[in-house]
Design a binder for this molecule. Structure first.
Ligand SMILES: Cc1ncc(COP(=O)(O)O)c(C=O)c1O
Length: 436
């Protein structure tokens, strides 16, 4: 580790202080805490790629609507449990305009970020049928959702989709679903961390098998429309964001405002339950929560218990942003395209310095450039790579944190500033010189 930009002993001292047993396996928040301490002590700024924080200013449309709502006094009033009417209506229109799916406003439920949406949905789905006690994650995936399963005390199973793209997905899913214990399937599209995107054929496989085995599909659209290979930004016009909702009625969509509108701080998202699933009666669920149909159990039993609704003013913000997007006045995808552009440059810096992309293709086409990408370095495990890069002022998380079986790291582009690209290149060059 000649000439590494950081003093190894400072990094080691902070690792010991935080009692991180194996830094290569550290969680996102542990890496955040560690890098904060090292930066504070050394004054050296890291190339921070560990956490998916939006690196752009929040949408002004949202901010203005929220200020307006606060001035009108909404802070004093409890919001409706399932969301304010204008938000539900705009969300339903948004789903029509950008996914080409019909879903009634009733099923569009405000949640405290998608995090709360998935928490409530996991809890409900896990209790729909006593014989089906397991959730299936199509990995790699968002690590905190596994933590939610742990907190809920519910069972899950996962597999890495790396070797099961296209038609191969069918046999793999069938093998698992035919065991009869799966209540739901979860994935993100575009995918955090790999930025792979399922195509319509793959979503059809998932949807049709969900019908066959009566399983709820949870489609996490935290990066809605951000497959920048296509222009998905025109309301009411194809191409649309691909969705499993075209192939099954047994679905819940999660639309987060955090990334598409850079509104993460206000913790407001939409959980959209299909009309059919919303109204469905599950006797075991009713026994467990003493509720009525699936949708009402989520709102009146689970969400009511957890937070009694979602921030009133933030709901007005989200309603306003969706409205402007629906009416074609706010091209939210144009605003976040910067992530894709930065990823193009950052990937090239890694590739120039001996690294390789791990999840390279959507079957036969190169993956899009977007919020995340994955890289490996020859002869190093993902955990070793995380650890070694920390001494070179670069922070990321290992892919094994995400349920991936590949060796490598997840790089998040959002927090890295363009002004840091020169420094990043120098550090990667030095790293490669010392390790190759
Ligand atoms: C795949 C995925 N789902 C959900 C979330 C969380 O969304 P929210 O901020 O709306 O809770 C994230 C945030 O990084 C994510 O990457």
């Amino acid at each position: 580790m000649n000439n590494s930009p950081l003093n190894k002993s400072v990094v080691d001292e902070k690792i010991a202080q935080l009692r991180i047993p194996d830094v290569g396996k550290a969680s996102i928040r542990e890496i955040v805490a560690l890098v904060n301490l090292v930066e504070e002590e050394t004054g050296i700024k890291y190339i921070r790629m560990e956490m998916g924080v939006p690196g752009l200013p929040p949408s002004q449309i949202g901010v203005n609507a929220e200020i307006e709502a606060l001035k009108k006094g909404v802070a004093a009033i409890y919001p409706m449990m399932d969301g304010i009417k204008p938000l539900k209506e705009e969300a339903s229109k948004f789903i029509k305009n950008f996914l080409d799916i019909d879903l009634a406003p009733q099923g569009c439920i405000a949640t405290v970020g998608s995090m709360q949406g998935t928490f409530a949905a996991f809890m409900a789905a896990g209790n729909t049928n006593k014989k089906k006690d397991t959730t299936l994650f199509i990995d790699p995936g968002f690590p905190v959702q596994k933590q939610q399963m742990m907190v809920l005390g519910q069972k899950y199973k996962t597999f890495d989709v790396f070797n099961f793209r296209g038609k191969k997905l069918h046999a793999k899913l069938e093998e698992i679903l035919s065991q009869g214990n799966i209540n739901s399937i979860v994935y993100s599209n575009p995918n955090n961390p790999a930025w792979i995107c399922f195509n319509n054929d793959e979503l059809k496989i998932i949807g049709e098998l969900a019908n066959k085995y009566d399983v709820i599909v949870m489609e996490d659209l935290a990066y809605f429309g951000m497959d920048f290979r296509k222009d998905l930004s025109k309301p009411g016009k194809p191409p649309y964001q691909p969705s499993v909702a075209k192939y099954t009625d047994n679905y819940i969509l999660f639309i987060s405002s955090s990334k598409i509108f850079s509104y993460a701080g206000q913790r407001c998202g939409i959980m959209a339950i299909s009309d059919k699933l919303y109204r469905r009666d599950y006797p075991d669920l009713q026994e467990r929560f003493k509720g009525t149909d699936f949708g009402s159990t989520i709102t009146l039993r689970i969400l009511y218990s957890v937070s009694s609704g979602t921030s009133h003013s933030a709901q007005w913000a989200l309603a306003a942003m969706l409205k402007e997007a629906n009416e074609g006045n706010f091209n939210f995808l144009e605003e976040v395209e910067e992530y894709g552009k930065k990823a193009t440059v950052m990937k090239s810096l890694f590739l120039k310095n001996g690294f390789d992309i791990v999840y390279k293709k959507d079957i036969d086409v190169p993956i899009a450039d977007g919020f995340y990408f994955t890289v490996s370095y020859p002869g190093m495990t993902g955990n070793q790579l995380v650890e070694n890069l920390l001494y070179y002022g670069i922070s990321a998380i290992a892919l094994d944190n995400t349920g991936s079986e590949e060796e490598g790291i997840r790089a998040c582009v959002s927090f890295v500033k363009r002004e840091q690209f020169g420094e990043m290149e120098d550090r990667l060059r030095l790293f490669n010189e010392n390790f190759s």
